[in-house]
Every structure is written in C-alpha cells, then in structure tokens.
Design a protein around this ligand. Structure first.
Ligand SMILES: [Zn+2]
Ligand SMILES: [Zn+2]
Length: 174
C-alpha cells in the first residue's frame, strides 16, 4: 500500500482528533504520468483533522519535477511546492457529492489531491531557461550549446509579397 493512502480509523469517530505526518515518499501520479515525473521522492508534511463527519487535510508537498524544455528538448528539473487544503467526506454519507475526495473503508487516498495541486502549478509551456535559444529549425542543432551556419534571416513569404507590392508601387511612381 502506498504511504499516501492513510488509514484514518483512529480519528474518524472522534470530533477534534488530529494526527500529523512528515515523510519522504515516492510519488507516482495516477493519471498524468507523462506530465508529472518526479526525479526524487517527494517530501510531505501535513495534518489530518476530524472536523465532525469529515476530515480536513492541510499541508505541504515539495518535490523535484523533471520536465522537457519545449524549445530545445533538454530535460531539466524544477523544485515545486504545493499546499494541500482539502476536505475528505465519508463516502457512505456523501454518495451524491461527486466532486469531492472521499473517505473509503476508513482510508483516505492523498494521491489525487496531490496530483491535482502539482498539475495546477505546472507552467503551460516548460522552458529550461527564459533565454533558451532552442533548436535550429533547419539542422536541429541545440543552439544553446552550439551554433550553426544555417541562414538565420529567412524571409517570411508574407514579407516577400509586401516587398514586391512596394517595389511595384515605387516603379509606378517613377
Ligand atoms: Zn531549452
Ligand atoms: Zn542550423
């Protein structure tokens, strides 16, 4: 069983009961495996509190995410930290509340909540460095490490058209 599926039977029936955890743990995402790839175990620090019929989970998770730069395809790591602030409802009482995390068989599974939080903090485009020069579109060389002799000032076809129109106009004026 994953360390992130937590047995809460000891605090489930006592309002106000609380327990805290701090640990390092391997984290394998349930769904977004291609997006969330951790290069080392993640660090968890959180508490679970019984707030009467439901559990309030609050804490921090930090980890090193391995991403691929969308400009140069280099693999790089970034440190991320997310805050957890979730309520878990007993599945047998709140059957109809689809959108919430559930307590099932005296256990709560923190993985979907953690996964969701990390996904929300991911950049839309992962870039290894804001000055990343990317790959040469012609020869494919990584321009951060190397330079190439490919012509850089390729004239955009649209500009070529404008240039011709301009030349035409100039000719007429003569
Ligand atoms: Zn890059
Ligand atoms: Zn090139």
């Amino acid at each position: 069983m994953s360390e992130l599926i937590i047995n809460v039977s000891d605090i489930l029936r006592v309002s106000g009961a609380k327990k805290a955890f701090e640990q390092n743990c391997e984290f394998r995402p349930l769904h977004n495996k291609e997006k969330l790839n951790f290069s080392s175990p993640v660090h968890f620090k959180f508490s679970i509190e019984n707030i009467g019929n439901q559990l309030f989970v609050r804490g921090k998770v930090s980890g090193t995410l391995r991403l691929t730069c969308c400009r140069c395809l280099r693999i790089f790591d970034i440190e991320e930290e997310v805050l957890l602030d979730e309520v878990f409802l007993p599945a047998n009482i709140f059957k109809e509340v689809e959108e919430s995390f559930k307590i099932i068989n005296n256990k709560i599974d923190l993985r979907p909540a953690i996964e969701q939080s990390f996904l929300l903090c991911l950049p839309i485009k992962s870039i290894c460095d804001e000055n990343c020069k990317g790959l040469c579109p012609r020869c494919g060389k990584n321009l951060n490490d190397d330079y190439c002799d490919c012509p850089k000032n390729e004239i955009d076809l649209r500009f070529l058209k404008l240039k011709r129109i301009k030349e035409e106009l100039e000719k007429r004026e003569e």
